[in-house]
Ligand binder design. Structure first.
Ligand code: MEV
Length: 323
């Protein structure tokens, strides 16, 4: 049996623009996905994933028998990362045996906190080890990127798979990646309970960029902001980091990836005194991240009708972990 875990990740700066080769700074956080893989004596793949749970199951009581409406699209998409990672693990180790897979996680699914990257990294690592193989971290990060990209029809960057493998704060630009020294960052996360498909949203931004040539300037502006943010990060000036997060949120809104509830959460955080707030990840629903060393933002978000849950998140130094 092999068990591997990988952390969730949030974007301090740079999501979406990173897909076009601009730099981004994702940060690993102290929420994790753990995948256990056990080789079977037949060729079946059995996935037990209590973590891939969705709240929007609706039961309608009509005149006849009740109908159950399950968000099968989201469930299938979530399972696709696991399936694709197993295909790659079998190819890497030249194995065909089946696996019993268990997925446990405390990362909200498809909500901008890198749940897909974490499940991809942890599944790939656990499955390769269950087949008797081993991967160096850099190979794992690169292969996990290929898995995530395949599961998202080519619409992915290396940002979250690399960060989930290596841990800490990292700088990603195209194929380049390096660790970034970050000060204590008082992250607070607000989750609106929603989330959408990353591949679809990335494709919509691409279409917008093709329709309006000036959208390329917004993408470049995000890149400039990230370059600026790196310098500020090194000085530990959290006031300016917060200001840059607000600007980054505005630029993402211009790309069309915010939503009424994400804007409401960002404003709730700012009104409570957060140093800054922005959506994280693909957007259109999911999470915002704010900076606040006090408890004010977390309590304001917890009381907001737009917020399903709010929590403090700490930067996690550990990436993939073999347990
Ligand atoms: C999605 O969580 C982040 C995006 O930048 C896509 C990616 O980097 O793979 C939108």
């Amino acid at each position: 049996m092999a068990a591997s875990s990988a952390p969730g990740t949030l974007f301090l700066f740079g999501e979406h623009a990173v897909v076009y080769g601009e730099p981004a700074i994702p940060c690993a956080i102290d929420r994790r996905t753990t995948v256990t893989a056990n080789q079977r004596s037949d060729n079946d793949i059995r996935i037990d994933a209590p973590a891939l749970r969705f709240d929007e199951v609706t039961i309608k009581y009509n005149d006849g028998p009740p109908t159950v409406d399950i968000p099968t699209g989201r469930v299938r998409r979530a399972i696709r990362y696991v399936d694709t990672a197993i295909d790659h693990a079998q190819a890497i180790t030249d194995s065909a045996a089946g696996l019993d897979i268990t997925v446990e996680s405390d990362i909200p699914i498809g909500a901008g906190l890198g749940s897909s990257a974490a499940v991809t990294v942890a599944t790939l690592d656990a499955a390769v080890r269950a087949y008797g193989g081993a991967m160096a971290s850099t190979d794992l990060a690169e292969r996990a990127y290929r898995v995530e990209s395949e599961a998202q029809d080519g619409e992915a960057s290396r940002a979250q798979t690399y960060c989930a493998t290596m841990g800490g704060a990292v700088r990603i630009e195209g194929e380049e990646h390096e660790p970034v020294t970050a000060p204590e960052l008082p992250f607070v996360v607000g989750y609106d309970g929603g989330g959408t498909d990353t591949g679809d949203i990335v494709a919509e931004v691409r279409a917008l960029r093709e329709k309006h040539s000036f959208i390329a300037d917004t993408v470049t502006a995000i890149g400039d902001l990230v370059r600026n943010g790196e310098t500020v990060l090194a000085t530990g000036d959290t006031d300016t980091l917060g200001q840059l997060m607000d600007i980054n949120h505005g630029l993402l809104t211009a790309l069309g990836v915010s939503s009424r509830s994400l804007d409401a959460l960002a404003w709730t955080a700012r009104d409570a005194g957060a140093l800054g707030a922005k959506l994280t990840g693909a957007g259109r629903g999911g999470c915002i991240v704010a900076l606040d060393p006090t408890d004010a933002t977390e309590s304001a978000l917890s009381m907001s009708p737009d917020c399903v849950t709010a929590f403090r998140a700490n930067l996690a130094a550990t990436g993939v972990n073999r347990e």
